[in-house]
Design a protein around this ligand. Structure first.
Ligand SMILES: Nc1ncnc2c1ncn2[C@@H]1O[C@H](COP(=O)(O)OP(=O)(O)OP(=O)(O)O)[C@@H](O)[C@H]1O
Length: 244
């Protein structure tokens, strides 16, 4: 079992009357960016929820750096070095940007001075230093998304899972985010799993792609391999959408 791998093995998730994930296996190694794509309702967010303990598994196991995550609480999973952002941003609106990021470092056990230092460095990295004292609630949508990623990183994760980080960003913001995210795996020694509907972003950022349709893996591999895969073409064209 690899000490540097997030491994999802044979995972199924069931909701009443619906198998949202059907025996899915996927891995993310340290230093790697893996894109999770697929049409609407294909199970992408459910897979991230399964990894972070928000939904129960009907089959399978999930390990991070050799530690079994399945069965642990979301908080215990976070403490094992798995951080995430949400499709719908969840900031502490009554706290400042700096406090939002600092809180995540404190929750992971950093002392006050170290947490402040870590939070300030992250705000710099994400172009948010000038907004440090603004309340979460007052930020633009793009800024909220950046704060959420900075907050996830404040926990110094081994694996970072991002659910549509570029949603609602304009082209310039997306471009800046692309460069920031691309640098993360090497700079911070982490593995990145990213869901996004922006295929330009996904194709440029990811080393490998994993494609879901109706809860099943239909293709995986490089962008070139996946783009040419008949099942992928059919899944997208069949639904009349290119939404990932
Ligand atoms: N808590 C839940 N209870 C019941 N059904 C759910 C729940 N969460 C998700 N589903 C269903 O599971 C399926 C997969 O949903 P999921 O949100 O994982 O898809 P997705 O690929 O992330 O979609 P999108 O691209 O639209 O965000 C959908 O049919 C969805 O309606």
């Amino acid at each position: 079992m690899s000490e540097t791998r997030l491994a999802v093995a044979d995972v199924s998730v069931e909701f009443t009357g619906l198998r949202a994930l059907d025996h899915v296996s996927l891995s993310v190694d340290t230093g790697e960016v893996v894109g999770l794509i697929g049409p609407n309702g294909s199970g992408k967010t459910t897979l991230v929820n399964a990894i972070t303990g928000q939904v129960k598994l009907a089959t399978g196991t999930i390990t991070a750096a050799g530690v079994t995550l399945s069965g642990l609480s979301p908080r215990a999973i976070a403490l094992q070095g798995v951080s995430r952002s949400f499709q719908i941003v969840r900031l502490f609106n009554a706290m400042t940007v700096l406090e939002n990021v600092e809180a995540a470092a404190l929750a992971k056990g950093a002392g006050r001075a170290a947490a402040r230092e870590r939070a300030e460095a992250l705000l710099d990295e994400f172009g948010l230093a000038s907004k440090a004292d603004e309340l979460g609630d007052s930020l633009s949508y793009g800024d909220k998304r950046r704060v959420e990623i900075a907050r996830a990183l404040a926990a110094e994760p081994k694996f970072l899972l991002l659910d549509e980080p570029a949603a609602g960003m304009n082209d310039a913001e997306t471009e800046t985010l692309l460069h920031t995210l691309a640098a993360l795996p090497e700079k911070r020694g982490l593995g990145l799993l990213i869901i996004d509907h922006d295929m330009g972003l996904i194709m440029r950022l990811c080393h490998r792609l994993h494609v879901l349709a109706s809860g099943r893996t239909i293709a995986q591999g490089t962008a070139a391999h996946v783009r040419a895969h008949p099942a992928v073409i059919e899944a997208y064209l069949g639904k009349g959408t290119a939404h990932a």
